[in-house]
Design a protein around this ligand. Structure first.
Ligand SMILES: Nc1ncnc2c1ncn2[C@@H]1O[C@H](COP(=O)(O)OP(=O)(O)OP(=O)(O)O)[C@@H](O)[C@H]1O
Ligand SMILES: [Mg+2]
Length: 231
């Protein structure tokens, strides 16, 4: 289980997270929703050790605040940033293999599992990652992170700018993550995919959690959506 308690985060003098607390249970898919600038990306970056933070982030009982991103990744957390993050000169397949972490145990994922979920990556297996479309690079970034076999993966706006057919593939991937017992913290701006796959939804506004409940409760409360999501 991942457990944030009164997490604060800073960019230099700028205080961006103001005491964020929530949990992601084992095998749970939790959506972190909010408008532009509400602090969603900062939250996942702070968990990953990529921005200065104060407060507590516990993962399986171990305190993560103060550890390096490398140590946090090694503890079993995966992170897929908003920006695509591929090695442009290497092929799709080489990118996938670079994601592997050896020696932990028999991994949940082989390259072929991810190709089955994202057939387009299989078609482009021997193509240099740098010439893929933006959406394909996004899929590859996701797939490469999964090759590292995280027990919990934080995915920042995976459907942003993707064609509807690809959004469906991302949704299918989330269901597959659930089947394989991977916990997910899914950052999104739109409700569509979140209401469909999440066990629980968090709403964020101005660096705080303003709602923590089921997708059904969120669906049933238009006032919340108006205040914190829709523009
Ligand atoms: N590197 C940075 N330096 C200074 N301020 C930043 C930096 N990154 C984000 N911020 C500020 O922190 C606040 C929260 O940003 P964050 O990126 O976490 O929002 P978000 O919810 O992910 O929204 P979006 O992805 O749509 O921008 C915003 O006010 C933003 O301007
Ligand atoms: Mg963001």
């Amino acid at each position: 289980m991942l457990s944030l308690d009164e997490l604060h985060a800073f960019y230099g003098q700028s205080h961006v997270l103001h005491g964020v607390s929530f949990e992601v249970g084992d095998g749970e898919i939790v959506a972190l929703l909010g408008r532009n600038g509400s602090g969603r990306s900062t939250t996942v970056k702070a968990v990953m050790g990529l921005v200065a933070a104060r407060g507590s982030v516990r993962w399986r009982g171990r305190e993560l605040v103060g550890l390096s991103p490398f140590q946090i990744a090694h503890a079993g957390l995966g992170y897929v940033p908003e920006s695509r993050d591929v090695f442009p000169g290497l092929t799709v397949h080489q990118n996938l293999l670079l994601g592997e972490k050896r020696g932990r145990r028999t991994p949940r994922w082989h390259a072929e599992d991810l190709y089955a979920l994202f057939p387009r990556l299989k078609e482009r297996e021997h193509t240099a990652a740098g010439v893929l479309s933006g959406g394909e690079q996004q899929m590859l970034t996701l797939a490469r992170t999964l090759m590292g076999d995280p027990d919990l993966v934080m995915i920042d706006e995976p459907t942003e700018g993707l064609a509807p057919r690809i959004v469906e593939q991302v949704a299918a991937l989330l269901h597959e993550l659930r089947r394989r017992g991977v916990s997910v913290l899914l950052v999104e701006q739109k409700l569509t995919i979140a209401l469909d796959v999440a066990d629980r939804c968090l709403l964020m506004g101005h660096g705080r959690i303003v709602f923590d409940g089921t997708p059904a409760a969120l669906r049933a409360t238009p006032a919340l959506r108006r205040e914190w999501l829709e523009v």
